[in-house]
Write a protein that binds this ligand. Structure first.
Ligand code: SF4
Ligand code: SF4
Length: 163
């Protein structure tokens, strides 16, 4: 059976999200912490998706600059979820063997060695207070009980993703 075109694969992955419903209101881009980087804006990625410029997106660094904060998904009044589109594009880029930033390999090594990408940080609330897990009454983050299993599963996922 012939391989599906990349655009169709994007639609399969994005599922319920509808890039065509975006009305370019800009709410996603105005709250996006990565939008200050040259060329990156979730709104732009959505319109390029609407215009079927998937190949251009896959080849650009744009899709790798998202910090995965989910603010765009939360803010979008049209349930477009730029975050989901970006994740879908990343998955496709990886599957078709395009290069991804070297930092991603470090992420994966950190997960397979320590179970997380980085230690939890404190954050500033809208009222300007600094809070962390302890001040929020959350338990200390536990290291996974079996790092060996984490590494094995991660390797399995990576192999499946490439298929
Ligand atoms: S917030 Fe939603 S509707 Fe508005 S520009 Fe972003 S993706 Fe489009
Ligand atoms: S999830 Fe990504 S694209 Fe969406 S607001 Fe956060 S950094 Fe920006």
């Amino acid at each position: 059976m012939a391989a599906k075109p990349v655009v169709m694969r994007l639609k399969d992955i994005v599922g319920d999200q509808q890039p065509e419903y975006c009305n370019q209101c800009g709410k996603c881009s105005s709250g996006c912490p990565s939008a200050r980087f040259l060329d990156f804006s979730p709104r732009r990625i959505v319109i390029m998706t609407q215009l079927d410029m998937i190949e251009d997106l896959l080849k650009s660094d744009m899709i790798w600059l998202c910090a995965e904060c989910l603010k765009c998904k939360e803010r979008c009044p049209r349930e477009v979820a730029p975050y989901d589109i970006i994740q879908a594009l990343r998955n496709i880029a990886y599957k078709v063997g395009l290069t991804y930033p070297s930092g991603y390999s470090q992420y994966l090594s950190s997960i397979s060695e320590k179970g997380l990408i980085q230690q939890p940080q404190s954050i500033r609330t809208q009222k300007g207070e600094r809070v962390d897990r302890i001040s929020l009454g959350l338990p200390k983050l536990q290291k996974p009980s079996s790092m060996e299993k984490i590494a094995q599963n991660l390797n399995k996922i990576m192999q499946l993703e490439r298929r």
